[in-house]
Design a binder for this molecule. Sequence first.
Ligand code: FAD
Length: 461
Amino acid sequence: MAEDIYDVVVLGGGAGGTPAAIRAAQLGGHVAIVECENFGGQCMNKGCIPFSHMMVASNILRSLTLGKEMGLTFNVISKDYITLIKRQDELIIFMREGVKGTLRKNGVEIFEGRGRIVEKGKLAVNRKIISYKNIILATGAQWMQPEFPGSDLEEVVNSDYLLNTKKIPKKALLFGRSPWLIEIAQFLNRFGSQTILATKDETILSGESKTITSRLRKVLKDEGIGIKTKAEIVSVSKKKDELYIDLSSKDGSETIAADRIITLERGASLKDLGLKKINIEEDSQYLKVNSKMKTGIEGVYAIGDLTGPQSQHYSHLASEEGIIAAENAMGKDAAINPRTFTRILFTQPEVACVGLTPKDAKNGGYDVVVGAAPLSMNPYGMILSENEGIVEVVAEKNYREVLGVHFIGTAASEMAGQAVLAIQMEATLDELAKTFFPHPTLSESLAEAARDALEKPIYLP
Ligand SMILES: Cc1cc2nc3c(=O)[nH]c(=O)nc-3n(C[C@H](O)[C@H](O)[C@H](O)COP(=O)(O)OP(=O)(O)OC[C@H]3O[C@@H](n4cnc5c(N)ncnc54)[C@H](O)[C@@H]3O)c2cc1C
C-alpha cells in the first residue's frame, strides 16, 4: 500500500493552528492537525474567551453606575463568582466542539495526542508515524516562572488560578508587563479585591501612544487600583496566610500585604517538539520567521505565540499568520502586513491600537502629523459619559497616508476594525475625513480625528 503523505500537518490546534489547517484544506490539501490538550488552545480555553467573559461581567457592574445617573436603581447587586465561571465553562465547551466540527467539515484529519518530529517529513503521535510534505508549527507559548525572590511560593499564581478557584483573592498584587494583567486588575477590583498593578516599565501598556496610556492610567487610578511603575519585587515573605511583598518602584520602597501575586510570564513552547531533528534551535526565546511564516528550513512554517515576544501574543495575529502559512505551504505567495496588527485590551474603557504610534512613526523616519478627537465631544460619547475616551490618528505629512490609529473608549475593539481596513487599503487622511459615519456613533470621531490632523475639524473647539 502506498504511504499516506499529508500535504500539510499542523502541530497545535489553537488560535493559529485551527485556521491554518482549514485554509490548507480549502486549497485542496490533504491535511492533518495534531492537538495534545484542548482544541481552541490558550485563547479559547484559558485566555481570550474566559477573560473577555469576565470583562463583560465587570463592564455590566460599571454600567450600573451610568444607569443610576439615568435614574435606574438596582437595590441588590450580588456577585456570584461560581455562576460566572460555570457560564463561561459551558460556553468554552460549546465552542471547543464547534472547532472540531469545523475542522472535520473541511476534511481535516484530527489526531489527539502530543506530536513530536522524529525525522525530516515525519511526526510521531500516539506511537503512529505521520508523513508530511509541509509542517506548520503552532504550539503556542507556555507558563514560565517569573524571576523574583519568592516566585516559587504557591501563592504566586497565573491567570489559570482564577479559572479554577471558587473565590477571588481579597488583596492581589498583579506584577508584570502582560497587557492581560491590566484587564484582570480591573475585573478583580470591581469584584471586590484590593488590587495593585505593578510593572517594571515606565508606564502601563509600555510602547503604546502616550495619549492612550495616560488616560487608561487615570481611569484605573480613579477606580481605586494602585499603580506602581519601574517596579521590582525585592523579597516576599509569608506570615500565616498573607504575603508581605517588599516592592521598590518610582514611588520608593514599601511593603505590600496580599494573599496572591498574579503574574503572566509566557515563553514560546519550543521544547520536546523534536526540532533538533530538522536543524531548528530549540533553546532560543522564540522561533524567528519571515513575513511568509517561513522558518528558513524548507517545508517548515511557524506561527502564533511560538514566533514572537510576549508583547506580540495575540490570537488574531496567530490566526492571520496561520492563514498565511497555509497559503504558502499550498504554493501561494502570501505575506503578513505588520502595519495592520491591533494591540487590544478589554478593559472599560477598551483600548485598541493599530499600526504606528506617533513616536514609532517619527523614529521610523516619517514626517508625522497627528490628529485627535476626544469622545467627550462626541454626542454618543456624551450619552455614555466617555470622559477619558479619545481617537488619535497618525499619518505621514506629505501623502497623508494613515500610519496608525489609537482608541480608548467603549467599543474601541470594534472601531479598530475600521482602522485596520483603512490602513490595509492605504487610506489617506482626506479619505478618512470624507467617510460619513452613521450618527450618533463613536465612530464619527474617527473622521473628526482625521479632520483634526488636516487642521479642519468640524466639531472640535
Ligand atoms: C490571560 C490571557 C488572556 C488573553 N486574552 C487575549 C485576548 O483577549 N485577545 C487576544 O487576541 N489574545 C489574548 N491572549 C493571547 C492568546 O491566547 C494567544 O496569543 C493565542 O492563543 C496564541 O495562539 P497560538 O495558536 O499561537 O497558541 P495556542 O492558542 O496556545 O495553541 C497552541 C496549541 O498547541 C498545543 N500543543 C502544544 N504542544 C503540542 C504538541 N507537542 N503536540 C500537539 N499539540 C501541542 C497546545 O495544547 C495548544 O492547544 C490572552 C492570553 C492570556 C494568557
